[in-house]
Write a protein of this length. Structure first.
Length: 411
């Protein structure tokens, strides 16, 4: 294989065959192909695109660059969901135990947050004692015993993606649908779930800003999953406004527990039910979406899903007591209310502004290895349609030191 011939073929709009793509990715992972040639190919893909067949080959090659977790012959169908990331998106914390309570096995490998977008792993790290770095064998044992487990990415899972993502980040080649698809799918497929449900966020605080872009990504993800033998579904959901009334790690865990108790903000509960219903119908647990919604709502209301969450936390070494006493989660030294400048209905809440505010409060990180304040964030956040009196709280800010007053006109 001559790397420059493959680059030239893609540059000129050609279709790469499976062997060419595999050889290139193997060479890049082993170090035989240098960063500059991989960058050139990524840029050629950015401009020339890839067919669904090429995207599937790229995904498969990247998936096979490291370890593969397998769940062959498991008694329960295995399923997972992936979100492209949003503000206040704590859905994995409810969906994993809810789907497990319904009868699926949920092996979930999640990432950390970067920039304004939070990561499930940081939320779990906010739970005292919860270990997100378990070996794969222990991860599988917990899935078998409890029904679900959420851990962090290991270096051995799709290492080609780790290397390529860092390169894309500094070569202007992140926003390419085939490259995003292969990046997301290689990690998800390596974790072994047979059913994958995608929550493709769309809006001003999302990776995909327009419905057209979100649809293209949703189509590409489901097509690649189907081509590689998985059952898939995708929902495109709004990310102009934050999800729920909390943003920030420990505060979001508390809201997730509230939702697992049958409460929680209606938008959070609704999306939890909709995404989990796709998983359970694809897994054959429920015959149709209507039955799934009803059955899953019951598991939120009768404590079935909360019980699985409690057992998952305990199996990971976390303090199960936080389920009944969320005040044991990390708490900020300073809590400040932001009052409404005048009475009226809230017409909009800008998820981008809220995400940036939480980052400034210390609840996010700007570098991959940056520190994070688990207690920092926002709660009691108003939602569009709420009525507020003059001076009534629009939100509460949680931080380690008194934050500068935010400008309410920006919300
Ligand atoms: N998330 C990923 O894991 N990869 C991408 O390329 C984009 C978002």
């Amino acid at each position: 294989m001559i790397p420059q011939w493959i680059i030239e073929k893609k540059r000129d709009g050609g279709v790469l065959d499976d062997a060419e793509i595999r050889a290139f990715i193997e060479g890049y992972t082993s170090g035989a192909i240098p960063d500059y040639q991989m960058s050139a190919l990524a840029m050629a893909i950015f401009f020339s695109g890839m067919t669904p067949g090429e995207t599937a080959s790229l995904t498969d090659a990247m998936m096979r660059s490291g370890d593969l977790v397998t769940f062959d012959d498991w008694p329960r169908p295995t399923a997972d969901k992936h979100s492209t990331g949003g503000i206040g998106d704590k859905l994995s914390l409810m969906i994993a135990p809810l789907a497990a309570a319904a009868g699926l096995a949920v092996p979930m490998i999640s990432g950390r947050g970067l920039g304004i977008t939070g990561g499930t792993l940081d939320k779990l790290d906010a739970i005292p004692g919860y270990d997100t770095r378990l070996p794969i064998a222990r991860f599988k044992d917990i899935v078998a015993a409890v029904g679900c487990s959420i851990i962090g990415q290991t270096d051995r899972l799709a290492p080609a993606d780790k290397k390529l993502y860092a390169l894309r980040d500094v070569t202007g080649t992140v926003p390419s649908i085939p490259l995003i698809t292969a990046s997301i799918m290689s990690k998800k497929l390596a974790e072994g779930a047979a059913i994958l449900v995608f929550d493709v966020k769309c809006g001003r605080a999302a990776f995909m800003r327009t419905p057209g872009q979100a649809q293209a990504l949703a189509d590409s993800l489901t097509r690649a999953g189907d081509a590689l033998g998985r059952k898939t579904a995708a929902l495109i959901t709004e990310m102009d406004r934050p999800l729920g009334r909390t943003v920030g790690n420990a505060l979001e865990v508390a809201e997730a527990i509230e939702t697992l108790r049958g409460g929680g903000p209606p938008d959070t509960r609704r999306l939890t039910l909709e995404l989990t219903a796709r998983m359970t119908t694809l897994g054959g647990i429920h015959p149709d979406l209507e039955t799934a919604r009803g059955g899953l709502a019951e598991l939120l209301d009768n404590g079935g899903a909360l019980d699985v969450f409690r057992r998952m936390v305990e199996a990971h070494g976390g303090a199960p007591g936080i389920v009944d006493a969320p005040h044991l989660l990390p708490r900020a030294k300073v809590v400040v209310e932001v009052g409404a400048p005048r009475a009226g209905y809230v017409t909009d809440v800008d998820a981008l502004a809220i995400g940036r505010l939480v980052l400034r409060l210390g609840g996010g990180r700007t570098k991959a290895d940056g520190a994070i304040d688990y207690a920092a964030g926002i709660d009691r956040l108003v939602q569009a349609g709420d009525y507020v009196e003059r001076g009534a709280p629009l939100m509460r800010l949680h931080a380690a030191t008194p934050p500068p007053p935010p400008d309410p006109s920006s919300f």
